[in-house]
Design a protein around this ligand. Structure first.
Ligand code: ADP
Ligand code: MG
Length: 412
């Protein structure tokens, strides 16, 4: 379907309010719904979970599997345009939707982001334009391709081509024997072996691209992971060296343009150390949607990544986002409801709410919880954005919030 501008608040041809649809009802869908509703759009979410974070707050919630034909038909009937909040939505479902409605990002763009093999090939095609290449790697799909892996990729990380996230579906290997064993352990599904790089830092860039090809970039965010999951994101001048940050932004724009991408795209990068001690940039992976590392935009920028997603989907203008405050985002995982066990939950397994009142007493703290009922270790429950007049102030407040939450200082 071709793109048309959808004006919020005006009725669509079938008489219902202009409605934006989203495949998936997790926290990213919820924050998309919130941004869409703030602008006056009605929303519809397709997600099988009756308690899904986005389903809870959307005008309509279709409780169906992502490949359920009656569910998809209902989504088409209710929506004027449709987006997705996760990359593993079945490609056939997006194709069904796209036959009758504007869908952004397109099924073909999502297919690239779903599969590390296609993703790496795309990054390599873009490298001459973007100036940033992926890590040295090899694709492993057969015993012969396993045997043909060059020695200089070891030690490395074996990653499943599909369905990996938050460090899942990855094994570190130091020798050929370990590599063979790891591939066995991953049931010999198609994989990518990447050379293990020495990382100085990790960063990511979010861009929004409209159907007219206009693309705008958010500032570069510096990310710190803990046990494979994003822990904090820091965004202010100097968090990432200026030259590298500019290259990361230009590379992300080139990657989006080359795909003729429409919507919000996040690309992750590694800052690596070369043998001579200088730094370089390596492109890691991309997400065809807003990203955990972009949540700071809600409170530190004049347009959030979710509003940008709404605007791109609705064919509305995309002015260049401006960051108006230095910021740090703290990810809030379910562990916080249990730890330190002895103090908060008296060593019981009953979840206890973290000390939100004390945290919110700190100036410049913005709490976002996703409405998930059951806290579980590792489950993403929310995030806390910290803003302030200066980097020093933001760091101080973040350190206080981390201490109140019993979290490690993580270099803040
Ligand atoms: P996921 O889909 O789980 O986010 P990533 O490819 O981003 O998968 O890997 C997760 C984390 O593992 C990265 O953020 C980084 O810290 C580390 N990592 C991944 N690939 C490499 C590599 N080639 N060298 C060093 N560290 C890596
Ligand atoms: Mg990643």
């Amino acid at each position: 379907m071709s793109f048309k501008t959808l004006l919020p608040g005006s009725p669509s041809p079938n008489g219902q309010p202009t409605t934006l649809g989203v495949m998936g009802g997790g926290q990213l869908g919820r924050m998309f719904v919130q941004a869409a509703q703030a602008m006056g759009f009605a929303t519809v979410v397709l997600d099988p979970d009756p308690a899904s974070p986005a389903g809870q707050i959307s005008h309509h919630h279709i409780r169906a599997a992502y490949d359920d034909e009656p569910g998809l038909a209902q989504l088409i009937q209710r929506s004027d345009a449709i987006t997705t909040e996760f990359e593993n939505v079945p490609a056939a479902a997006l194709a069904t939707l796209a036959a009758q409605r504007t869908v952004a990002p397109s099924a073909s763009c999502v297919a690239v982001a779903q599969d590390r093999v296609k993703e790496k090939a795309h990054f390599e095609q873009c490298a001459p334009i973007s100036g940033v290449a992926p890590a040295p790697h090899a694709v492993i799909t057969t015993d012969a391709s396993l045997a043909a892996v060059p020695d200089d990729l070891l030690p490395g990380i074996l990653k499943t081509a599909r369905m990996g996230y938050d460090g899942k579906g990855q094994l570190r290997v130091a020798s050929r024997a370990q590599l063979a064993e790891a591939w066995d352990q991953l049931d010999k599904v198609p994989c990518v072996l990447e050379k293990m790089l020495t990382l100085r830092a990790e960063c990511s860039v979010i861009v929004a691209r409209g159907a007219d090809g206009q693309v705008v970039s958010f500032p570069v965010q510096k990310n710190t992971h803990h046990e494979g999951i994003l822990a904090i994101t820091e965004v202010f001048d100097g968090a990432i060296e200026a030259g590298l940050a500019q290259r990361a932004q230009a590379s992300t724009v080139a990657i989006a343009n080359h795909l003729r991408y429409v919507g919000v795209l996040c690309v992750e990068y590694f800052v690596v150390e070369r043998a001579d001690g200088t730094t370089d940039l390596v492109v890691n992976e991309m997400a065809p949607r807003p990203h955990n590392s972009g949540h700071y935009t809600q409170n530190a920028c004049d347009i959030s990544q979710f509003e940008a997603q709404v605007r791109a989907l609705a064919g509305l203008p995309l002015p260049v986002p401006r960051q108006h405050s230095p910021t740090i985002m703290i990810n809030l995982l379910g562990d916080l409801w249990f730890e330190p066990n002895a103090v908060r939950a008296q060593a019981s397994k009953t979840p206890v709410s973290p000390p939100w009142a004390a945290v919110l007493a700190l100036p410049g703290t913005h709490l976002h919880l996703y409405g998930k009922l059951g806290a579980r270790p590792g489950r993403k429950m929310g995030h806390l954005n910290v803003t302030g007049a200066s980097v020093t102030r933001v760091r101080e407040t973040t350190a206080q919030a981390l201490a109140l939450l019993g979290l490690p200082a993580l270099g803040v």
